[in-house]
Design a protein around this ligand. Structure first.
Ligand code: COA
Length: 334
């Protein structure tokens, strides 16, 4: 804990949105050479969701509206909107601006955060820093991705993995430093940039007929390479944050891992020495929704009454970049 801090940031509200359309494993059996059994055993995924009309800002807006409704909070009270996403509606303006207008948060500023599957974790840490510094009192941290917009449905190696969704937390200050974000370890390593990326459409390869013909506007992933570094990266950093904060496995109420592959999640829990009932999982329902996985787990488990005040929780993620890290927080609301 930083000694000079006056405030900690606590999560005081939650919301989420997943579109209705379900893509189950049987759907993929029809469009690529795969089986329900292969997908379940190699990834843990059974279904994912697809937004048929609209964009990432629509997912994010609906999640934010769910939070505002459930908190009975006026949008005018929001100071900052951070949207973690790799599928912004467009390069600019930022998705945060679109969400601001949609929800009527007329006193807010905001920005988008690009850290792929670690997006929510990095954005959460950043939002907490704004609260801790006293520069903001109410920060919305949204993880939202329309992954189906950049998924190649001819590539069986990764089309089965991704889905659409959004989830959000509200951060507010507390003077009781025993609650809220206690510590984070965050890392980036650009040497992983060609193992998981979208090749075209940026300033390196602006969109042309050639980039379209070369299929450069979809997710490219070297699954095997990413799997290896993700297992090590997520397990190591989750273990490291436990050690750094003198936490034993029995102290931890929940691990909230990024939901990319159940085998990566299992390896992380095993390294931390925590049992499976302490691991939040919703990958079977939604697949990999990139920035939305961690907050959507928090929303679902909270709404099911499974998280209680004082619970010690570790968030942990790994994603494109590479980006990875872990945060340790103490849950502050009943
Ligand atoms: N259905 C059936 N077979 C498939 C398949 C599918 N959907 N996708 C791949 N295969 C095949 C491969 O072609 C390969 O066949 P081969 O041995 O004849 O070449 C075989 O299954 C094994 O492929 P491999 O890539 O080794 O599988 P895997 O066990 O590594 O699982 C992933 C593939 C993509 C599920 C896994 O590598 C993964 O989860 N990677 C990391 C994902 C991730 O964490 N992303 C980043 C964080 S966001």
């Amino acid at each position: 804990m930083t000694k000079h801090k006056k405030y900690n940031a606590i999560i005081t509200g939650l919301g989420m949105y997943f579109p209705d359309k379900v893509l189950d494993n049987a759907y993929f059996e029809k469009i690529v050479d795969t089986t329900d059994e292969w997908i379940r055993t190699r990834t843990g995924i059974v279904e994912r969701r697809m937004l048929e009309n609209g964009a990432t800002s629509d997912l994010a807006t609906k999640a934010a509206e769910d939070l505002l409704r459930s908190k009975n909070l006026s949008p005018e009270e929001i100071d900052v909107i951070i949207v973690a996403t790799v599928t912004p509606d467009m390069f600019f303006p930022a998705t945060a601006c679109l969400v601001q207008e949609n929800i009527g948060a007329k006193n807010a500023w905001g920005f988008d955060y690009s850290a792929a599957c670690s997006g929510f974790l990095f954005a959460y840490h950043t939002g907490c820093a704004l609260i801790e510094s006293g520069r903001a009192k109410k920060v919305l941290v949204i993880g939202a991705d329309k992954m189906t917009a950049i998924t190649d449905y001819k590539n069986r190696n990764n089309c089965i993995l991704f889905g659409d969704g959004a989830a959000v937390v509200l951060l507010e200050p507390t003077e009781d430093l025993n609650y809220g974000l206690q510590d984070s370890i965050l890392r980036v390593d650009g040497s992983g940039r060609e193992a998981l990326y979208m090749k075209g459409g940026g300033s390196l390869y602006p969109s042309t007929h050639k980039t379209v013909d070369n299929n450069m506007h979809v997710i490219y992933q070297d699954g095997k390479a990413v799997f290896k570094v993700a297992v090590k990266g997520m397990a190591d950093v989750s273990y490291e944050i436990m050690q750094k904060n003198n936490l034993n496995p029995e102290d931890i109420a929940y691990l909230v891992p990024h939901q990319a592959n159940l085998r990566i999640i299992d390896a992380t829990a095993e390294r931390m020495g925590i049992s499976k009932d302490k691991v939040m999982i919703n990958i079977q329902k939604y697949g990999n929704t990139t920035a939305a996985t961690i907050p959507s787990c928090l929303v679902e488990y909270y709404r099911e009454g499974k998280i209680k005040k004082g619970d010690k929780i570790i968030l942990s993620a790994f994603g494109a970049g590479y980006t990875w890290g872990a945060s340790y927080l103490v849950w502050a609301i009943d």
